[in-house]
Design a protein around this ligand. Structure first.
Ligand SMILES: Nc1ncnc2c1ncn2[C@@H]1O[C@H](COP(=O)(O)OP(=O)(O)OP(=O)(O)O)[C@@H](O)[C@H]1O
Ligand SMILES: [Mg+2]
Length: 155
């Protein structure tokens, strides 16, 4: 099941992320893809807010992972600086992905064969106009399809 939602500002992307955050379930995995400056971190900030995270969300580009606590734990990854799958294993990503918290992974598309667990795949591309973004959601497994159906009902 695929859906594209268009946003026209950073704020709209955050709000969309927030709605997703409100709908997330324990153990959910969100895989984000999109070029530099697409809006992945903006979306992640919204997800954090929707999960009830109160501390500010920064981009984990240099740290690879920031962990936050909200209604559920929130594990925010940025794989931009990683080169191979062994580095993913070295940071213990498997344990976070298997955890009851929510994992959100920026630059997941760098490792196309690694993320085989059930997940929501989210690709952000620029649209026509400086502030336009097309956010494509792909859901395979049932819980993620339900989440997407609920998201469409709310947006
Ligand atoms: N509709 C929009 N949604 C999100 N961001 C937007 C939108 N329109 C403009 N922007 C701008 O695009 C930039 C998005 O930056 P952000 O850090 O979220 O991107 P990113 O995909 O995480 O980049 P990186 O790959 O460097 O981590 C911000 O400067 C934001 O103001
Ligand atoms: Mg980012």
């Amino acid at each position: 099941m695929d859906t594209v939602i268009t946003t026209n500002s950073e704020q709209e992307t955050e709000t969309l992320g927030q709605t997703v955050g409100e709908l997330l379930f324990p153990g959910a995995v969100l895989l984000l893809d999109g070029n530099l400056g697409a809006g992945k971190t903006a979306f992640a900030r919204g997800v954090a807010r929707g999960l009830g995270v109160t501390k500010p969300v920064q981009s984990p580009t240099f740290t690879i992972l920031y962990a936050h606590s909200g209604r559920l734990a929130f594990y925010h990854f940025d794989l931009y600086r990683l080169e191979d799958e062994q580095e993913l294993l070295d940071i213990g990503i498997d344990e976070y992905l298997d955890d009851e918290g929510v994992s959100l992974v920026e630059w997941a598309g760098k490792f196309p064969t690694f993320f085989t667990m059930p997940s929501m795949y989210i690709t952000i591309v620029r649209g026509q106009g400086e502030d336009v973004r097309e956010i494509k959601f792909s859901a395979g497994e049932e819980r993620y399809r339900q989440l997407l159906t609920e998201l469409l009902a709310r947006s």
